[in-house]
Design a protein around this ligand. Structure first.
Ligand SMILES: [Zn+2]
Ligand SMILES: [Zn+2]
Length: 343
């Protein structure tokens, strides 16, 4: 499913089979999670995507072939491909353990073709082993919603009372991890979003309610997943002294001005950008221990536009992912002479 131009629907097209270069894996995509960042790319809210582009950066795939020099993975392995597609390994950020901020990073489904396809390429040193026990569909949201959520949760420090603003793919995972760590979780959603509120309560939040109002008691930290700038002062207002508001998204509408007293008393606002590979390996070890269970609505590859529309309208409960049913995948079509894989 190809993006030709931002703000136009994705188109089902046939592309030539990608060939793995040195250090790259060729993957048969089994599932690809749909992330709000994909919407920002498709809707033209992020600058300069590769065009045309195959979106998608939560890929669960089987290795079909390994390029020259690959040592970590071999055909048959199941791996996950995240947003961080490659870094230069040499800039000041890479050299100081902050490859998420690399000056020359390239991102999957943004500057590199992603997983809304039957076949994908990935650098083998940027993929993760998928924990056993997770079906492909359920594993897909771990790869961004889970990873970025995990990094955001770490930035919340040791906050006991945690607010989650926007209860979608990421929050529904973070809620489980936070409860596992013994934190108390408060879910803030649109006032009338009953499906999200009931999901939050099922997953261990002790309260769910209107995001524009303070919760039943002050928060020690809040993570803002929804791309709505007005939630930042609302979250600050809901925080106790010393509280931290973590903005987890890549894009947000403008933050309205607010009185200094909301920031006073050592409250802070910070963002989380991208992920490091250490975040990924750490979270993939943690997920089965919790154990994180993901609620995922599947869509067939060719229904990607419909899935994006649903996410845009806030109508997805938990996470959404594209699936490539076995038997219709690239491997199957490659076995039929004269029929190339569809992208
Ligand atoms: Zn770098
Ligand atoms: Zn993402």
């Amino acid at each position: 499913m190809l993006l030709q131009e931002p703000r136009t629907p994705l188109r089902l097209v046939e592309l030539p089979d990608p060939q793995p270069g040195p250090g790259q894996l060729l993957l048969e995509v089994r599932a690809c999670g749909i992330c709000r960042t994909d919407l920002h790319v498709v809707d033209g809210e992020l600058p300069d995507p590769k065009l045309p582009l195959v979106p998608g950066h939560q890929i669960v795939g089987r290795v079909l072939a390994a390029g020259e020099g690959c040592e970590l993975h071999s055909p048959g392995d199941r791996v996950g491909v995240p947003w961080l597609g490659e870094t230069d390994g040499s800039c000041r950020y890479c050299r100081s353990g902050r490859e998420n901020l690399c000056d020359n990073a390239r991102f999957t489904g943004y500057q590199l073709d992603g997983g809304y396809a039957e076949l994908a390429l990935a650098r083998e040193d940027f993929v993760f082993a998928i924990p056993d026990g997770y079906p492909d569909l359920q594993a897909a949201p771990l790869l961004c919603a889970g990873l970025i959520g995990w990094r955001s949760l770490r930035m919340a420090g040791d906050a006991e009372r945690l607010g989650l603003y926007g209860f979608g793919a990421s929050a529904h995972i973070v809620c489980q991890v936070a409860r596992h760590q013994g934190r108390r979780v408060f879910a803030f959603t649109r006032e009338d979003d009953e499906p999200a509120q009931s999901l939050a309560l099922e997953l261990g939040a002790e309260w769910a309610g209107d995001s524009m109002q303070p919760g039943p008691e002050p928060l020690d930290a809040a993570i803002v997943f929804a791309p709505v700038g007005a939630l930042v002062p609302a979250a600050l207002r809901a925080c106790a002294k010393g509280g931290t508001v973590v903005c987890a998204g890549i894009h947000m509408s403008d933050i309205p001005s607010f009185p200094y007293e909301l920031l006073w008393e050592e409250r802070s606002v910070r963002s989380v950008a991208n992920l490091t590979r250490d975040d990924g390996h750490e979270f993939m070890r943690l997920a089965p221990q919790v154990p994180v269970r993901t609620e995922v609505e599947p869509f067939r590859l060719e229904r990607a536009n419909e899935a994006l529309d649903k996410l845009r309208a806030g109508e997805v409960r938990g996470a959404a992912a594209l699936v490539m049913p076995p038997g219709e995948s690239a491997a199957a079509s490659a076995a039929q002479p004269g029929r190339g894989p569809r992208a």
